[in-house]
Design a protein around this ligand. Structure first.
Ligand code: URA
Length: 235
């Protein structure tokens, strides 16, 4: 198995973050630092240590949904921001966030120690659906409803994004947006393209999972049905 995949399977972190740990020389296989994330290892016959701690394959993972409140950063540790989403969970639960929500964004955030599923849920090729509810300062200049499904090119870095946008009020300041990609600050950048600003962003749904029934800051383990559904979505 590839070294980065093995670490993700063990729940060390997401596959991308495991690549970083490997590049930094923090991962040793049978005592030797390996800096190639794609290195093949014989996982049944070697000992892998990360920062000196032995890591082992797991066979039962934890899957959590959190109603992320405003003001919390989506990160395991942030030296500049002690208020991370991890502080909302008990210390004994060793999971990592699936993707990211901005500090001021609220709504459903998944967390898991299943690094492989985490990788698949966030990789654009799987096109996992996310639904956002958006409040805007003014109505968008232009026909976002018609243009977004065909794809628009964002002004800031030329990223092409596609999705669906439906206004919920006549003033066109309240929207539901469906996206399948997951680029950084995607919703805010889309509306900035239409010369307006988002002042409230809430994620209603991620891969079919909703957390609106939970109060902000509360979390719950996913049901077997929800786990099955997200696994299917990321196939
Ligand atoms: N798009 C954004 O702009 N911010 C988020 O937090 C999520 C999607």
């Amino acid at each position: 198995m590839r070294l980065n995949k093995f670490l993700a399977h063990c729940g060390v972190d997401s596959r991308r973050n495991c690549d970083e740990l490997i590049f930094q020389g923090r991962v040793k296989v049978d005592g030797e630092a390996i800096i190639n994330p794609g290195a093949q290892i014989d996982e049944k016959n070697v000992e892998v240590h990360v920062d000196g701690d032995l890591v082992k394959l797991k066979n039962n993972y934890t899957y959590i949904k959190l109603h992320k409140p405003k003001g919390y950063v989506t990160s395991r540790k942030d030296p500049h921001n002690p208020l991370t989403v991890m502080t909302l969970l008990p210390n004994v639960i060793n999971v990592v966030p699936v993707g990211r929500l901005d500090k001021d964004t609220t709504g459903v955030l998944l967390l898991t120690d299943d690094g492989d599923l985490n990788y698949r849920l966030t990789h654009p090729k799987h096109g996992v659906e996310k639904e956002y509810e958006v409040l805007l300062r003014q109505e968008p200049k232009g026909n976002i409803e018609k243009e977004l499904p065909k794809g628009i090119v964002l002004d800031d870095n030329g990223d092409k994004v596609k999705g669906e946008a439906q206004a919920l009020n006549r003033k066109r300041t309240h929207y539901i947006v469906l996206l399948r990609e997951g680029k950084k600050r995607e919703v805010k950048r889309i509306f900035s393209h239409y010369e307006t600003r988002v002042y409230r962003l809430h994620r209603n749904n991620f891969a079919g999972v909703c957390a609106n029934e939970l109060a902000p800051g509360r979390w719950k383990k996913l049901t077997a049905k929800e786990i099955e559904m997200i696994k299917k979505t990321a196939e």
